[in-house]
Write a protein that binds this ligand. Structure first.
Ligand code: ZN
Ligand code: ZN
Length: 97
């Protein structure tokens, strides 16, 4: 396995876990099991994708608009009160960020 010297940064091959001297600078490096090794940082947990802003389609005029976390939003086009129910929306193309 390849380890990285904690002092000089040189990478060298070791037969396994244990204490191994860096061939470049002689610093002993404690080698632990893969995943907890020297200089190896576990990648941060990926954050779950943020929920997109809910969109509703006005049943009166068909105007689609973004609403916040509210239950009923007035349509900006015709003024009709539109009930927000994100799960009823058709799937978006996924092009929007
Ligand atoms: Zn070294
Ligand atoms: Zn409308």
């Amino acid at each position: 396995m390849i380890v990285r010297c904690g002092r000089c940064g040189s990478q060298f091959d070791v037969p396994g876990v244990g204490r191994h001297l860096c061939p470049v600078c002689g610093t002993p490096n404690d080698v632990r099991a893969a995943g907890n090794g020297e200089g190896i940082q576990a990648p941060p947990q990926p954050l779950p994708p943020e929920a997109p802003s809910p969109k509703v389609i006005c049943p009166g005029c068909g105007y689609k608009f973004i609403v916040g976390n509210i239950e009923v939003a007035p349509c900006p086009n015709c003024g009709e009160a539109v009930t927000v129910a994100a799960e009823d929306l058709p799937a978006e193309e996924g092009e929007e960020e």
